[in-house]
Ligand binder design. Structure first.
Ligand code: PL4
Length: 407
């Protein structure tokens, strides 16, 4: 008799983003003429820049000629892209080998799948609030107990609060797998090298592994802030890093990302090289590589011209974040983030719950955001606005909030 994975039944509620879509659609059913301004999901809206489009076109054209046609490629990614990525990190002063880069179709899938190469009894620590994928993938894999208002039993929550500047202290007990996201989704906070060093030292001491999600690294403008965890001495032995072309090159629908598993990275029961070998084996078994057309676009995105154009687009989104921040602050709302990240994290006015504020913002201003509590217990009382909208929509949303929000 076939039986299902009962861990799915533990998942607290519907996945956050479909739930937002459900509530928004219900509002539109009731108010069909309303123009809803979406600052909820972190999804890019600007067109792909010309240099990257040229790369994608070249990828298509290559398939149309017998001498340049390619079929299945290496599941780890094509050589020019892995070399290009290693070159990108060399600019940060880091010497990672191209073979340590695993190209994939998304940081979401990689950050969800990575736990699969670790033992089921690993103790997991997450920043709270956090991108829901880290928690849900471990719930599904059976590393937690049931959910309650304070989170999942057995999961170690590391609160990120106003008091600690939205970066947690190291765990006060031994944990095995630690998820850190910087620039952070949802708080927009960026960890300093000193803050990351506390975790790198902890991980090396306890033979723990850090999963470092740097999907928004290209939004860092402050030259003193680290764009990769490997800028911290000692990180290569204890850290796996995820990054993505999604937000940098407008590839949220195109799909292209990379994960770095250094050969030096190891666990308590393995030698250096084993984790790299396991992830290679995992990807070879479950994944047939990112689309060749898309990888050609990725190579173009890393070219000098591609970088210049995508950097300009990132600056454009950061300007949106400034507009949102300025508008909210003018109403006396407390905000965080937005300076080196595409998310503005605001404290709900009047002490409203995150979902109550979601409904209020939608009903009064026709603006959709993301409730902080959807990212974890410590997100309650906060709310996230995304800076990825069209400028016109961002400006309309801010005007609407300034004119109509009753606080
Ligand atoms: C909505 C910290 C967004 N349906 O595009 P990927 O897979 O390379 O990267 C996804 C990703 C990875 N890491 C972090 C992220 O914030 C994201 C994307 N997050 C958001 O609004 O929080 C899009 C979410 C998408 C989803 O469920 O991921």
């Amino acid at each position: 008799m076939a039986r299902i994975n009962k861990n799915y039944d533990k998942l607290a509620a519907g996945y956050l983003f479909p739930e937002i879509a459900r509530r928004t659609n219900a509002f539109l059913d009731q108010n069909p003429s309303a123009k809803v301004l979406r600052l909820g999901i972190g999804d890019t809206t600007e067109p792909i820049v010309p240099a990257v489009l040229d790369g994608l076109h070249a990828g298509v054209d290559a398939l149309g000629a017998a001498d340049s046609y390619s079929g299945y490629g290496p599941s780890e990614g094509i050589t020019p892209l892995r070399h290009g990525l290693a070159g990108h990190y060399r600019e940060l002063g880091l010497s990672l080998d191209p073979s340590e880069f695993f190209v994939s179709d998304g940081a979401k899938s990689d950050s969800a799948n990575i736990q699969g190469i670790f033992s089921d009894d690993c103790v997991v620590a997450v920043q709270d609030p956090a991108y829901p994928v880290y928690v849900d993938s471990n719930v599904i894999s059976g590393r937690t107990g049931e959910a309650s208002d304070s989170g999942y039993e057995g999961l170690i929550y590391m609160p990120c609060t106003e008091e600690n500047g939205f970066f947690p202290d190291i765990p006060d007990r031994k944990v095995d797998l630690i998820y850190i996201c910087s620039p952070n989704n949802p708080t927009g906070a960026v960890a300093t090298k000193e803050q990351l060093k506390t975790f790198v030292d902890y991980a090396n001491e306890h033979k723990a592994i850090i999963f470092y999600d740097s999907a928004y690294a290209s939004f860092i403008t402050d030259p003193d802030l680290p764009r990769s965890i490997y800028e911290v001495p000692g990180a290569e032995t204890c850290s796996i890093e995820f990054n993505s072309f999604s937000k940098t090159a407008g590839f949220t629908g195109v799909r292209l990302a990379w994960t770095i598993v250094p050969k030096a990275c190891r666990t308590e029961d393995t030698e250096a090289g084993k984790l790299h070998a396991l992830w290679t084996r995992r990807q070879n078994t479950f994944f047939n590589g990112a689309a060749n057309i898309v990888q050609a676009g990725g190579v173009a995105a890393l070219s000098p011209e591609g970088r210049q154009q995508t950097d300009a687009q990132v600056s454009f989104y950061l300007e949106n974040a400034h507009i949102i921040n300025d508008g909210l602050k003018s109403l006396g709302i407390t905000t965080y983030g937005g300076g080196n990240a595409p998310y503005v994290w605001l404290k709900t006015p009047g002490g409203l719950s995150s979902w109550d504020f979601f409904d209020k913002l939608l009903n009064e201003c026709h603006v959709v955001g993301t409730p902080g509590s959807g990212f974890g217990p410590a997100g309650e009382g906060f709310f996230r606005l995304s800076a990825f909208g069209h400028r016109e929509n961002v400006e309309m949303a801010v005007s609407s909030i300034k004119e109509k929000l009753q606080i």
